[in-house]
Each structure stands twice: as C-alpha cells, then as structure tokens.
Design a protein around this ligand. Structure first.
Ligand SMILES: [Fe+2]
Ligand SMILES: [Fe+2]
Length: 151
C-alpha cells in the first residue's frame, strides 16, 4: 500500500461523517412520538461527536499535505438511514443507525490497517480513538433495538 491509501480512507471517512450528521439530524427532527424522544436525544448527542470526528480527519488530512473533500465529490451511501415515511417508525431509524455505525466501524478498521501498512502511527491513533466512539454508538443503539423488539 502507498501513502495515498491513507489519505483515500481519511477522505472517505470524512464524507461518511457528514452524511451521518445529515441523516442523524434529519431523523432527529422527523421522528414523532413519546417513545422517539430518547432516540432523538441520543442522535443529537452523537451528531456532535460525528462532527468532532470529521474535524479530526480533516486536520489529519491537512497534516499529510492533502485536503478534506468539498461537497462536489460527495457520494451518498446511507440508503437505510433515509427518514421513514411513517414518522413514528422508530425501529427503521434504529436499524439505519446500526448500519451506519457498522459501516463506520469497518472504515476505521480499514484506516487502522492502512496506517499500519504505511507506518503512520498518528493516523492510526486517531482511527483507534474514533473507532472506540463508533463502537459505543453501536452498543447504545443495539440497546434501543433490544427494547423495541421486546415490546
Ligand atoms: Fe463518527
Ligand atoms: Fe457514530
């Protein structure tokens, strides 16, 4: 692997964080009902963390003499996280969040591998830090899914 692979994964991860922010924010607004309140609050908290991730990735790209991408290069990928037609369909949002977090976990594992191959411990450290946050998000939403499935 060449060092461009590290910046490729950093740029992909950066875009994914912004797509996640957009969809979490949209769903936090769209969902209705008393039971959705906890999910909406959790999404709002996670949005701030995902924005923090994007900033860390962007700053690292700059340190590597690369740039974070603008919207012209953006490719949407989160089909399952689109706002549900029925605004009380909380489980659909929970499943979409779990897909997004699984995808993020896979991306940060790719970033760890690429950083290791390129002897880039600073990027690796950033990837491990963010991976821990994404695993915590997944755990939280697995808990919500459990609750909804047993109802
Ligand atoms: Fe994130
Ligand atoms: Fe996350």
């Amino acid at each position: 692997m060449s060092s461009t692979d590290v910046t490729d994964v950093l740029q992909r991860a950066y875009q994914d964080e912004f797509e996640t922010v957009m969809n979490y924010q949209t769903n936090a607004i769209v969902l209705d009902g008393v039971r959705a309140e906890e999910i909406k609050e959790s999404l709002q908290t996670d949005i701030q963390e995902e924005l923090g991730h994007a900033e860390m990735l962007g700053q690292r790209l700059k340190q590597l003499d690369a740039q974070p991408p603008g919207s012209a290069e953006f490719v949407a990928r989160q089909d399952s996280l689109q706002p549900p037609e029925d605004s009380t369909n909380v489980i659909s949002v929970i499943e979409g969040v779990l897909d997004a977090e699984e995808d993020a976990i896979a991306t940060y594992r790719d970033l760890i591998d690429a950083a290791e191959d390129n002897d880039d411990p600073v990027t690796e450290d950033i990837a491990v830090t963010i991976l821990a946050d994404e695993e915590a998000h997944r755990t939280e939403f697995r808990g919500f899914r459990k609750e909804y499935r047993t109802d």
